[in-house]
Design a protein around this ligand. Structure first.
Ligand code: NI
Length: 455
C-alpha cells in the first residue's frame, strides 16, 4: 500500500484518542486535514464510532487519557501502534495514501485484539476532493452494482499472483456487505493501479487477518468507476502538487469528550511579539486563546484581526489591566466595556469570557460583569523570566486533561518556549483546543469561575 509522508502533506492536524485500564486499552491515531472540515468530521466520526463501540462492548465509560501512547500525536500517520500486551486492545492507525491536486486519501486500519491476537481488522480509505466537496470511502470509487465485476478482476489478480488455485473463485464467499468492506479499502496509486488488501482466507464479511495486496491496472476498471472515482484516478496519476490549504489554524471543531484537550492561553497582548507567535501556532496548526488588553488592541488592531482570522479565541483582559476589586462599580464596567468595544472594532469578535488581571476578583466584581471569569490551573510564572526551558517544562508537565495554561505573549522567552510546549503537550497525547472548545462552544454563565475544562 502506498504511504506518503504526512509532513509533506498539506495541513494535517494530528489527533489521538487513548484510554487504558488493566483490562482494556485503546490507542487511536488519525489526522484531520485542516480546512477540509467535511473529511475531518467524517474521520473523527468514524474513529469515535469504532472506539466508543469497543468501549461499550467492554462495559467501559469512555474517558480520554494521556501518557498512554508512546510518541503521542507526533507519530500520527507515520508508524503503526504497538498494542499493550495481554488486555483487550483496539488500535487505529492512519496513513496518507493519496495527496494530489485537490484530492486527499487517508486510510484507517482498525485492529481489535484479545491477548495480543487480532480478532477483527477493518480497513477503510476515505477520499475527499476539495474542488468539488465530494467525500467517500473506497466503495464510492465505483458505480453501484459493479462490485461483482470488480471482484472478478481481484480474483484474477489473486490467481495470477499464485494466491489462489487456477479456476478457483476465492471471493465468491463474500456477501454484498463483504464486497463493500473489501472495496472500502481500495487505493488508487500514482502508477494508475488499484490496490486492494484482499484477505487470504476471506470471511463472508470480507474480513480476514492475513491479507495480500492485489494490484489491478486501473484501465481494466475504467468501465466501473463512478464519476467521483474517475476524478480521484485523474488526480492520482497527475503530477499535481497537493493543494496547500491556507486554512485558519483553529477552524475545525474538536470533541473534547472524546480526545484529551488542553488550552494554552496568552495574556496581556497583542504585543510586538504576537505576530511571530501566530506564525509559530500556524506552522504547528495549534489553536490558542488570547486574553487581550483593550489598550493594546487599539494600538495593534491588525494583529488582533490576524488572531481572529487564524481562528484563535479572543477573550477580554480589561482595557488597562487594573485590579478590578480596587475600582468602583462604574469603572469596573468601563474597563470591560471599553475592551469589549476595542476587540469588536478590530476583529469583529464579541469576546465571550474575561480573564481578570492578576486573577483578582471578588463577589461584587463577579456580579457586575456579564462574562464568565476564566482563570487557569497551570501557572508557568513565565513573567518572572525563569527561562524558556523552565516555562516549557512547567506547561508540559503541569498539564492534565482539561487544563488551562497561563502564558504571556509579551515575553520573548515565552514565545521561544511555545514550539516546545505545543510539541511536548502533543507528545503526551493532548489535543490543543481553545477554552470555548473545551466547553463545546458554550462557556459557563456570567460570573462563573472557570479554571479548568469540564473533563
Ligand atoms: Ni495580565
Amino acid at each position: 500500500m502506498p504511504r506518503l509522508d504526512p509532513d509533506a502533506t498539506a495541513g494535517l492536524v494530528p489527533r489521538l484518542a487513548a484510554m487504558s485500564t488493566p483490562e482494556f486499552s485503546v490507542v487511536a491515531r488519525w489526522a484531520t486535514p485542516q480546512g477540509m472540515s467535511a473529511l475531518g468530521n467524517e474521520l473523527d466520526a468514524r474513529v469515535a464510532q469504532a472506539v466508543r463501540a469497543f468501549a461499550d462492548r467492554q462495559g467501559v465509560a469512555w474517558t480520554p487519557g494521556v501518557d498512554i501512547a508512546a510518541g503521542g500525536v507526533e507519530r500520527t500517520c507515520k508508524q503503526p501502534t504497538v498494542p499493550a500486551p495481554g488486555a483487550a486492545t483496539l488500535t487505529i492507525d492512519c496513513s496518507i495514501v493519496l495527496a494530489a491536486g485537490s484530492v486527499l486519501g487517508e486510510r484507517l486500519v482498525t485492529i481489535d485484539r484479545v491477548g495480543g491476537r487480532p480478532r477483527d481488522i477493518r480497513r477503510t480509505v476515505l477520499y475527499a476532493d476539495t474542488a468539488t466537496g465530494e467525500l467517500g470511502d473506497g466503495t464510492g470509487l465505483f458505480e453501484p452494482g459493479t462490485e461483482a465485476r470488480v471482484m472478478d478482476l481481484l480474483a484474477e489478480g489473486l490467481r495470477a499472483g499464485g494466491r489462489a488455485a487456477a479456476g478457483s473463485s476465492p471471493l465468491d464467499v463474500l456477501t454484498p456487505e463483504g464486497r463493500r468492506a473489501l472495496l472500502a479499502d481500495a487505493v488508487l496509486t500514482a502508477s494508475d493501479d488499484l490496490v486492494v488488501a484482499v484477505p487470504l482466507a476471506p470471511s463472508a464479511a470480507g474480513t480476514g487477518v492475513h491479507t495480500v495486496p492485489v494490484v489491478v491496472p486501473a484501465r481494466l476498471l475504467a468501465p466501473f468507476f463512478s464519476a467521483f472515482g474517475a476524478r480521484v484516478r485523474d488526480a492520482a496519476v497527475s503530477a499535481d502538487v497537493p493543494i496547500r490549504a491556507e486554512a485558519p489554524t483553529a477552524a475545525d471543531p474538536v470533541d473534547c469528550t472524546f480526545v484529551a484537550c488542553v488550552s494554552i492561553t496568552f495574556d496581556d497582548g497583542p504585543s510586538s511579539l504576537t505576530a511571530g507567535l501566530l506564525e509559530i501556532l500556524h506552522e504547528r496548526r495549534a489553536p490558542a486563546t488570547f486574553y487581550v488588553q483593550g489598550l493594546s488592541v487599539e494600538r495593534r488592531p491588525g494583529v488582533a484581526l490576524q488572531t481572529a482570522e487564524a481562528g484563535h479565541e479572543i477573550g477580554n483582559h480589561t482595557w488597562a489591566h487594573s485590579s478590578l476589586p480596587l475600582l468602583p462599580d462604574d469603572q469596573v464596567r468601563a474597563e470591560i466595556e471599553r475592551a469589549q468595544a476595542a476587540i469588536r472594532a478590530a476583529s469583529g469578535i464579541e469576546a465571550r469570557s474575561l480573564r481578570p488581571p492578576y486573577g483578582a476578583f471578588d463577589d461584587r466584581v463577579r456580579a457586575l460583569i456579564g462574562l464568565p471569569f476564566v482563570v487557569w490551573d497551570v501557572d508557568t510564572n513565565d513573567w518572572r523570566s525563569p527561562g524558556s526551558d523552565v516555562v516549557t517544562s512547567r506547561a508540559v508537565e503541569g498539564a492534565e486533561r482539561g487544563s488551562i495554561i497561563l502564558l504571556h505573549d509579551t515575553h520573548e522567552e515565552t514565545v521561544a518556549a511555545v514550539p516546545g510546549i505545543v510539541d511536548g503537550l502533543r507528545a503526551r497525547g493532548f489535543t490543543l483546543a481553545t477554552v470555548s472548545d473545551q466547553f463545546a462552544g458554550t462557556l459557563p454563565p456570567p460570573g462563573s469561575i472557570v479554571s479548568h475544562g469540564p473533563g
